[in-house]
Design a protein around this ligand. Structure first.
Ligand SMILES: Cc1ncc(C[n+]2csc(CCOP(=O)(O)OP(=O)(O)O)c2C)c(N)n1
Ligand SMILES: [Mg+2]
Length: 407
């Protein structure tokens, strides 16, 4: 698909420029954005981004797009096994939110995780090799598409159990608070996770400990083939999910990377430094914390990012639950940014084409790297399962760890 400036009507581009205008409604009557209209009136952090910074956002989104196109091809050629979920259409969510973080802020994601891994800085070669099951993959090829881990870049996985990453996000935030660090944890989840117990338990813990965590709802309106209105109560008012826990709420258009950046830039600053009210030294132990959203007081947050995936749920999805028109009608987040940058003299079409060529070259090189890497040997079958404090497990029960725990 060409990345050009002309192939969508101009009104789509207003996602960024138009956030001071009227609220956007989803054409299908989906729960859409309702009251974000003047959220950044007069104070848009993205207005301060240089042309180079905008080019960086664009290059990252293009890389994810081209990487995912190559991933789909490789999957169809049976070079990738297992489940594989493509991020095309959602690029602005990972790129906009992660660009607003500090490099040492941790993140944790669901299984649709290639976008987060690349946006966080994982080398595309290691990401692709992981999917090919090669030893050079980020998890030695043992995890595959759904389990992108990169500790140096503070990416604590891809997780396949819907909602299973939520308690981990809370754990990351608890560690930050416990160690008195000045960080924020981002915990991504799909709309399918909204009805999981793990999500609600995590929201509750985040609220009672006032943890520095942001729950990022990647609301693409579908949980596999089930529309959010069919599967989620009160889907037309996501604010209530946050308010039930006395938590700050925000929402943004996930097809507009600048609006995502603005929202996260603002909310991250309101979450960083969140302290457990029960740990304040002069507080009486019996004094209970109050649960109310207090303006700019640092605390956890729930952000509803309205987005759309243009590919199937996974690589094996006949997509009978939606029409081609529904998919075709959606604005493209990359086109949105390209148009904005050209219109505001941040880049010319020549540079846009160059960036896209570069993204294609990197994605192609990732395939080659993955193909040429070695598969994992059978001797690694039992490694990395436990932390192995008593030595490696040896088949036949030789390990002290296995002997001591056996009885
Ligand atoms: C606990 C659990 N139940 C069911 C599944 C099967 N499953 C895999 S993906 C999925 C849909 C999740 O949708 P959503 O959270 O909206 O994420 P999206 O695919 O839209 O990114 C389901 C039900 C699972 N992996 N884990
Ligand atoms: Mg979904």
């Amino acid at each position: 698909m060409p990345i050009a400036t002309q192939d969508k009507p101009a009104s789509d581009a207003d996602a960024h420029a138009g956030s001071n205008g009227s609220p956007k409604q989803n054409p299908k009557g989906d729960p859409g954005l309702t009251d974000n209209a003047s959220r950044f009136a007069g104070e848009r952090p993205s207005a301060d981004l240089s042309s180079d910074a905008l080019i960086d956002l664009l290059a990252k989104m293009m890389l994810i797009r081209r990487f995912e196109e190559r991933t789909m091809q490789a999957y169809q050629q049976a070079k990738i096994g297992g489940f594989c979920h493509i991020y095309i259409g959602q690029e602005a969510v990972a790129v906009g939110s992660i660009s607003a973080l500090n490099p040492d802020d941790p993140i944790v994601a669901a299984y649709r995780d290639h976008g987060q891994a690349l946006a966080r800085g994982m080398h595309p070669n290691y990401c692709m090799a992981e999917m090919f099951g090669k030893v050079t993959g980020c998890a030695k090829g043992k995890g595959g598409s759904m389990h992108m881990f990169d500790k140096p870049h503070q990416m604590y996985g891809g997780h396949a159990i819907v909602g299973g990453q939520c308690p981990l996000g809370v754990g990351l935030a608890f560690a930050i608070q416990y160690q008195r660090e000045d960080k924020v944890a981002l915990c991504y989840l799909g709309d399918g996770a909204l009805n999981q117990g793990a999500f609600h338990e995590s929201m509750n813990l985040a609220a009672i400990y006032n943890l520095p965590v942001i729950f990022v709802l990647e609301n693409n309106h579908y949980s596999m083939g089930t529309h959010i209105l069919r599967g989620t109560a009160m889907a037309n008012d996501m604010r209530q999910k946050a308010e039930a826990y006395g938590m700050r709420y925000a929402q943004c258009n996930g097809l507009d990377v600048l609006e995502v950046y603005d929202t996260f830039h603002t909310e991250i600053s309101h979450t960083r430094g969140a302290k457990n009210p029960q740990w304040i030294e002069d507080r009486e132990f019996h004094e209970l914390p109050e649960y109310k959203v207090e303006g700019e007081k640092p605390g956890p947050c729930f952000i509803n990012v309205e987005t759309y995936r243009t590919q199937g749920h996974s690589m094996s999805d006949p997509q009978k639950y939606r029409s081609k028109d529904e998919v075709g009608d959606k604005p493209d987040p990359i086109q949105n940014l390209v148009r904005y940058m050209v219109e505001h003299d941040h880049a010319k079409q020549g540079l846009i084409d160059e960036l896209d060529e570069k993204a294609k070259t990197i994605a192609k090189a990732a395939i080659q790297y993955a193909e040429e890497s070695e598969p994992l040997g059978m001797e690694e079958m039992y490694t990395d399962v436990y932390s192995e404090p008593f030595g490696k497990y040896v088949d036949g029960g030789e390990s002290i760890f296995m002997r001591e725990t056996a009885g």
